[in-house]
Design a protein around this ligand. Sequence first.
Ligand code: ADP
Ligand code: MG
Length: 216
Amino acid sequence: MRRVRELESLGIDSLMVTEGGLLLARKGFRSVVLVGTSGGRLVAIKVLRSDSPVKSMEHEARMLGIANNVNVGPRILSYTNEAIIMEYIQGPEISSWISSLSLEYSKDLRKVLRMCFEECFKLDSIGLDHGELSDASKHVIVEKGLRPVVIDFSNANTTRKVSNVTSFLSYITYGRVAKIIRQILGMKEQDIDVVRAYKQRISEENFIRLMINLGL
Ligand SMILES: Nc1ncnc2c1ncn2[C@@H]1O[C@H](COP(=O)(O)OP(=O)(O)O)[C@@H](O)[C@H]1O
Ligand SMILES: [Mg+2]
């Protein structure tokens, strides 16, 4: 009840309900994500679970705010210790999106992967490490119009060495959808020196060399 009042104070006008109850985007490890509306727009309401090992949403809200500064992630609208209200991103998770592609969509795949890398590069450039992009499956949503959006900044950090680009690279090279990506794009092995150069010095020049090397 207290939480419902809290949601009202955060500007939530309604929660989506189905026959089975509240509409959950997903129940996560730390949180429950609900779908609601605020000012006529769909919003995702990420509520801390009472049994979560994390005690406050503040860290995640701050990390998402930093990502938003470079236009990465769902827009954060407001937050308290217990909940974050953000833009609702509609679309499939990247792994299911890729799995459903057939060979003739190589152009779309190339475009989406390139955009994912650009999001990662923006985060690398500001020193924000997402922390969970080596298994990007659940942490990138492909929105209509083929815009990939990185979600879940609960493990993000500004003190670790950043590895967003290289984590995403290992996801597409060794992850769950690596084989399909190779089949559709016919990608060759990366030049390890190009990857190493980027790791040693995160710069636009080294990023572009890496993208060219990947054929993106
Ligand atoms: N802004 C959002 N828009 C749409 N769906 C979302 C959004 N944020 C989270 N979700 C959904 O909720 C799930 C759990 O969210 P996530 O932030 O990963 O929680 P956790 O920190 O508990 O892992 C995601 O996998 C996704 O399906
Ligand atoms: Mg998650």
